[in-house]
Design a binder for this molecule. Structure first.
Ligand code: UDP
Length: 239
């Protein structure tokens, strides 16, 4: 049983980057399968209206505490989770693991120029990684995509279709793919390829990346409302 902590009915993984990377490496070495889902206030709110999303998050191998909201919730409930494990940083840590072990990686999602640029950046910065294939996120022929991924021999795949599309895609296809590790990475290809800037370090270090996002992209305001709603539920509801 992996270390975890129950927040609103979800067993959030209570491991730091090092702990998760160790476990991911074990999964690959044992030729098992595991998936990583980032949990954040938005997903907790979305889950309430979407039982399918709740079920698939519950079943994910690693439910990483993505963002300050989950850390605050843990503190409010007297829990132990103190380190954020963000989707984009874990993506980078998995790339470093793949770099050290020459693991095979497949990239799926994003616009055509974004995913091909992501491949180039990975090959430039993580020379040990074998990018064995990639595909943009606007493909309709799913059957040939599945075949291509299986033929590539990928051990790790990153799916960047946005949430919850990527989680649903992973759930639907994990059974017929031969890949070991599946991570839904949202807009991370946009970040890695330089299409979208990350918040400056000072915001990231202090856990106020949400504030930077809100100030620079006010249209995200509705999404940001998930945080106060989520904290309210954590305080006043047990499940
Ligand atoms: N995307 C895609 N196919 C789709 C819809 C979205 O490949 O049908 C990609 C889109 O190009 C972008 C990412 O999914 O790169 C979504 O990023 P967003 O920031 O919306 O995701 P979040 O991290 O907020 O879940």
């Amino acid at each position: 049983m992996r270390a975890s902590e129950n927040i609103l009915g979800i067993d959030v993984t209570a491991l730091d980057y090092q702990g998760i990377i160790y476990e991911i490496d074990q999964v690959i070495k044992n030729n098992d399968k595991a998936n990583v889902i980032a949990v954040n206030p938005e997903k907790f709110i979305a889950m309430e209206k979407n039982a399918e999303l709740k079920e698939l998050i519950s079943k994910a191998t690693f439910k990483i505490p993505d963002g300050i909201g989950v850390i605050l919730a843990s503190k409010l409930k007297g829990g132990q989770i103190r380190s954020r494990v963000t989707g984009v940083d874990l993506f980078v840590e998995i790339l470093k693991l793949a770099d050290r072990n020459n693991y095979k990686v497949y990239l799926y999602g994003g616009k055509p120029e974004v995913v091909s640029r992501t491949k180039e950046v990975i090959e430039r910065d993580y020379r040990g990684v074998q990018v064995v294939g990639y595909s943009d996120g606007y493909q309709n022929d799913q059957e040939s995509l599945i075949e291509e991924i299986n033929e590539s021999g990928a051990q790790i795949m990153f799916v960047a279709l946005g949430s919850p599309k990527q989680e649903l895609w992973i759930k639907e296809n994990m059974g017929r793919l031969n890949v070991n590790i599946y991570q839904g990475v949202g807009g991370s290809f946009d970040v890695l390829s330089g299409n979208v800037q990350r918040a400056p370090e000072v915001f990231r270090k202090t856990g106020t990346e949400w504030f930077y996002r809100l100030a620079t992209q006010p249209s995200r305001f509705r999404r940001q409302m998930a945080l106060p709603k989520f904290l309210f539920k954590v305080l006043f509801k047990s499940k």
